[in-house]
Design a protein around this ligand. Structure first.
Ligand code: PA5
Length: 454
């Protein structure tokens, strides 16, 4: 087993010519320079590039101490945030914890229950969390770079009131941790006014690239994962993917192949995994690529499936539907657990041919069988081989996909570090809610609503 990620595009070679890869290599070099010399569009948000080596050590220690305090005095941590202020932490917690971490007994000094809130506007969801934490000691980590995003702001108002009722205003101060901008936003003002312990989101790191900042690191550390190992993995990946040559830089190969396939009409990428614990990693990946590339009427639409589960729902489409898709498979080489299939005297289920085989052996055969079926059906396949699920490889995977995303965005000809489109719905929502400053939009929208109702 290698100690690196290995990217393998051999199963997509039938879908493009070798000369296309050679041709794109000079574009990749240019993209490499734009990214690393910080001369490309959005370069003011590329602080994540050097983060694995240059992170703030003092802040890192503060994070570890806060996480330990949470683990010592709380049964449950409520993590409030949305989008880039949520998905990275959730990806790590789901990937690195027990598959049913919130179902196991949790408690102080043992396992901390982690619940995510502020990532939707559902009353039932929040009420559900409140039902669960009723007799538990809790802490809150509220995360918002702008400090003004509606979903986490409302959730924070609700949970802040809850902890203040339970512990008093003074007691609540000991249990509320704020991760936000160093100087601006309503959340920062609130944190200063109340004296909550605060962590800073660096100015030069955008939401979807922020998992290796306090945004992700505090909840991840509170869940029990080793954030030092995560940073080590990211640092090794940072060194590994520094080389501009596409022949040896596998991260750049992934970025280049996506664009070669896109230019050939493969407009949808499906990220597939065979470990359910990677479900939220794929959610994180979807935001990273969707928000970075989907602009100027361009971009590969990022979607994801959990196999083998979704082979029974999406398998038909992938095999025989519109041929505008390609697949990227994350293959975890060594399973964390080993389950051996036993012998049954009667063999009524006909499974004795699998006697003494591990369940992971079957999973790997499903992967191989599916791969060849999909390639034969006209779906190019890219594969990222990950030695095993661990804190260290989580760090490597984050950096691999982040860097590939920056390069891929430049190959596509967009600014991979802005997200002008996400503001549009917010303006409409504020207008309809009657927020001041949105009167004009409100009037226009109400006219449209009345018109459509007639
Ligand atoms: O990637 C992004 O910029 C967005 O997804 C934001 O992270 C998300 O909208 C939350 O923003 P904020 O952290 O300002 O609350």
């Amino acid at each position: 087993m290698s100690n690196k990620l290995v990217f393998d595009y051999s199963k997509s070679c039938g879908f493009f010519e070798q000369c296309e890869l050679e041709k794109i290599s000079s574009e990749v070099k240019t993209a490499h320079e734009m990214l690393n010399q910080k001369s490309g569009a959005g370069s003011e948000y590329t602080g994540w590039l050097d983060l694995p080596h240059k992170y703030d050590r003092a802040e890192f220690e503060k994070i570890r101490e806060a996480a330990q305090r949470i683990r010592d005095n709380s049964d449950v941590l409520i993590v409030i945030g949305i989008g880039g202020s949520y998905l990275g932490a959730r990806a790590a917690v789901e990937m690195l914890s027990h598959p049913f971490y919130n179902c196991l007994p949790f408690g102080k000094g043992k396992r901390t229950g982690i619940f995510f809130a502020g990532n939707n506007l559902s009353s039932a969801y929040i009420k559900g969390i409140i039902d669960i934490i009723k007799d538990k000691d809790i802490s809150i980590n509220v995360i918002s770079k702008s400090g003004t995003t509606t979903e986490p702001a409302i959730a924070f108002r609700i949970f802040r009131e809850y902890v203040e009722k339970k512990y008093g205003r003074e007691g609540a101060r000991e249990r509320i941790y704020v991760t936000t901008d160093k100087s601006s936003g309503a959340l920062k003002r609130l944190a200063d006014a109340e004296g909550y312990e605060s962590f800073v989101i660096p100015d030069d790191v955008g939401g979807r690239y922020s998992v290796l900042t306090p945004v992700g690191l505090l909840p991840i550390a509170a869940s029990g994962a080793d954030i030092g190992k995560i940073m080590n993995g990211a640092a090794d990946a940072c060194d590994e993917y520094m080389n501009p040559d596409i022949k040896t830089n596998q991260c750049y190969q992934y970025a280049a192949l996506r664009n070669i396939l896109y230019r050939k009409g493969k407009l949808i990428e499906i990220l597939a995994n065979y470990e359910p614990s990677l479900h939220y990693f794929a959610e994180w990946w979807k935001q990273l690529y969707g928000e970075s590339e989907g602009k100027d009427n361009k971009g590969i639409y990022p979607s994801a499936v959990d196999f083998t589960t979704d082979l029974h729902s999406m398998g038909q489409f992938i095999q025989e539907g519109s041929r505008n898709i390609f697949e990227t498979v994350i293959n975890i080489e060594k399973s964390k657990q080993e389950i051996v299939i036993g012998r049954d005297k009667e063999d009524i289920d006909g499974l004795n041919y699998l006697e003494n085989k591990t369940l992971d052996f079957v999973n790997k055969k499903a992967l191989q069988g599916t791969l060849f079926a999909h390639v034969d059906g006209g779906v190019p396949n890219l594969m990222l081989n990950v030695p095993e699920i661990s804190d260290y490889y989580f760090g490597q995977m984050v950096y691999f996909f982040e860097k590939a995303c920056g390069i891929s965005g430049y190959l596509l000809g967009v600014n991979p570090f802005n997200q002008p489109g996400v503001e549009k719905y917010k303006r409409n929502m504020f207008a309809l809610l009657g927020k001041s400053g949105y009167e004009k939009e409100r009037e226009a929208l109400l006219k449209r609503i009345n018109f459509e109702q007639k």
